[in-house]
Design a protein around this ligand. Structure first.
Ligand SMILES: *Cc1c(COP(=O)(O)O)cnc(C)c1O
Length: 390
């Protein structure tokens, strides 16, 4: 019997294939090596970099959630992105979004060129701009939707068609929403990437990355990278991620409910210049987002019109930890220009139009009323030019 609902899949899966003790939850196989039946080998596992039972359960589960044949667990989202970019051959070309995670920009700008890979950055909201940037050597189109932190919406199906037309792979970084809200493979993407550090893990206690695909040749390449470059998630982190995944649905739903309420409050606040959240009806990508995802997620960006004010506001928050990352059970706040996107040089930031006064909030599981009160208080305090009382 197959279970069509993700809620069921999240908690009902084979947690211990082949384990004679039938543990109800997946054990941590904290071992580097596995004894072989005889000198010619032949055991199901031999070495944990190449394969480990805890990781195997996690990867099966991740594939099931993304609707993929295969998924791979790597030590970070960057390792996952790098494994996909590694697929591009020397002389190959990448078309990537302008509004990309800062670390991804660093990978494409500072590391990929050493392997002879070049990148064009385009406004991926416009499928025609993506098509126009494609060259004969283009092998990969890499996007996020919603983008982080500006929350622009990218048409996955339209870009999948562009990618098919030029023989390139379409990779979608799905970190912001998780498969609970959006499954890009179902819409034609060739590969999905995650920073599992975010919503998949959900508790801010691990770094991890995921790549999932239905493409056999790509899966073979990804396994070669995972094993051949030593980019496998360690057993304990696999176990933490398996544990986090069980509550993905309830966490994402509750965090999203609070985020919707807070985004509406912020949008109505006279001191807030602009709110970037695809759940708001006036968001330019609202209708497209509603077609390809089942909810807006729990990250809200907004501007105040003044960098110093945004800085005072973030400093005045009490219930939001000043931190990079998102998708955590506790709420986080940051100025992306100072933290997560600081690796993007000033001129590139200008080109992509990332406002310096942009505040990014990641909504956690605190009560929404407490978060709203904290935000209102911080907005009030940030008005004053004088330094905050200590
Ligand atoms: C955080 C993040 C990454 C990088 O993941 P790490 O786990 O920090 O290496 C990649 N893409 C997006 C969209 C992210 O938010």
């Amino acid at each position: 019997m197959t279970h069509p609902h993700l809620a069921t899949k999240l908690v009902r899966y084979d947690a211990n294939p082949g384990d004679p003790n039938r543990p109800t939850q997946t054990p941590i196989y904290q071992t580097a090596t596995f004894a072989q039946p005889d000198a010619s080998g032949g055991g199901p596992y031999d070495y944990s970099r190449s394969g480990n039972p805890t990781r195997a359960v996690l990867e099966e589960q991740l594939a099931a959630l993304e609707g993929a044949k295969r998924a791979f667990a790597l030590p970070s989202g960057m390792a996952a992105l790098a494994a996909v970019v590694r697929r591009v051959t020397a002389g190959g070309h990448v078309v990537a979004g302008l509004d990309l995670y800062g670390g991804c920009f660093r990978l494409l700008d500072q590391i990929a060129p050493r392997a002879g890979i070049s990148t064009s950055y385009v406004d991926t909201r416009d499928p025609a701009a993506v098509a126009a940037a494609v060259r004969a050597e283009t092998e990969l189109i890499l996007v996020e939707t919603p983008t982080n932190p500006q929350q622009s919406i990218v048409d996955i199906a339209a870009l999948a068609e562009t990618a098919r037309g030029c023989g390139a792979l379409l990779a979608v970084d799905n970190s912001l929403l998780s498969p609970w809200l959006q499954r890009p493979l179902e819409q034609g993407a060739d590969v999905v990437i995650h920073s599992a550090t975010k919503s998949l893990g959900g508790h801010g206690d691990l770094t991890g990355g995921v790549v999932a695909t239905n493409d056999d040749a790509l899966a073979e390449h990804l396994y070669l990278i995972q094993n051949g470059e030593g980019a496998a998630l360690a057993p304990f982190d696999c176990w933490l991620l398996l544990r986090g995944l069980k509550t993905l649905g309830v966490r994402v739903e509750q965090q999203q409910r609070s985020a919707v309420a807070l985004a509406e409050t912020l949008a109505a606040h006279p001191d807030v210049e602009r709110v970037y959240f695809p759940g708001l009806a006036d968001h330019p990508g609202h209708a497209l987002h509603a077609r390809q995802a089942s909810g807006p997620g729990s990250v809200i960006s907004f501007t105040t019109g003044d960098v110093a004010r945004s800085e005072r506001l973030v400093n005045a928050l009490e219930l939001f930890t000043i931190s990079v990352s998102f998708g955590c059970v506790s709420s986080l706040a940051s100025l992306p220009c100072r933290l997560s996107h600081a690796s993007i040089p000033g001129e590139a930031r200008e080109q992509l139009g990332l406002p310096e006064d942009l505040v990014r909030l990641s909504i956690g599981l605190e009560h929404a009323d407490d978060l709203a009160r904290d935000l209102a208080r911080a907005l009030e305090l940030s008005r004053a030019e004088a330094p905050l009382p200590v």
